[in-house]
Ligand binder design. Structure first.
Ligand code: HEM
Length: 194
């Protein structure tokens, strides 16, 4: 049983509205979604995830988790959706990213980016049904961890619970809120939100 002051419950409560807002604004669940809009969303996802991944790797150094790699899946999807290497290299990259200068901030950022793999499980099925897109035709990122999704999420929650400390929990919460805010701002600027 989680205590009401646990860092997980705090971060979940603090980001609930941002999650709901982004979910409602992303046209991924819209009945009008077409392949062109889907491709633009994946391009914008790449523009956020690629520099954020570099930032996480820079902070984590040798302790970076080799299993939590998402960029190869995004690149595979971009090729499958019709872009070539030159076009992928020319995609705009986000420069307003959440700061990662402490483990608390890293965990806050990871909460958002790792939690998104749970929603990916729902979206993967939706995109397959609506657009006929599967892992080999542009939908690899939505199922980036495949059958390891649950295991990796539980491992992350364990890491978060081990860190839990009243002195640092607000840094985790702030970093998670900032991550949602930066991502929404980036997607908005890319023109892919409703
Ligand atoms: C249309 C888009 C989205 C849908 C339909 C969606 C849906 C979901 C669903 C069904 C869950 C799992 C809830 C559970 O198993 O308890 C979830 C969890 C989560 N999603 Fe999303 N999501 C979407 C977009 C996003 C985005 C873009 C992000 C962040 C970049 C995100 C971050 C999270 C987080 C952090 C959690 C974990 C919540 C927790 O258990 O504490 N989601 N989402």
């Amino acid at each position: 049983m989680l205590s009401p002051t646990s860092v997980l419950l705090q971060v979940r409560a603090a980001t609930a509205v941002q999650h709901r807002t982004l979910e409602a604004r992303l046209p991924l669940t819209s009945p009008d979604l077409d392949q062109c809009t889907y491709a633009r969303i994946i391009e914008a996802y790449y523009g956020f995830h690629a520099p954020l991944h570099d930032q996480i790797a820079k902070f984590s150094g040798a302790s970076a988790d080799p299993e939590r790699h998402k960029i190869p899946a995004l690149i595979k999807d971009l090729y499958a959706l019709g872009l070539n290497g030159e076009q992928i290299n020319a995609l705009p990259l986000c420069t307003r990213l959440p700061a990662i200068d402490s483990e608390a901030q890293l965990l806050g950022v990871m909460y958002v980016m790792e939690g998104a793999t749970l929603g990916g499980q729902v979206l993967r099925r939706l995109i397959a049904a609506r657009l006929g897109i599967d892992a080999d035709s542009g939908g690899e990122f939505l199922d980036v961890y495949g059958r390891d999704t649950g295991r990796l999420w539980k491992a992350f929650l364990k890491q978060l619970a081990a860190f839990d400390h009243p002195a640092y929990n607000s840094d985790v919460v702030d970093a998670a809120c900032e991550t949602f805010a930066c991502f929404e701002h980036w997607l908005d600027r890319a023109g892919v939100l409703l």
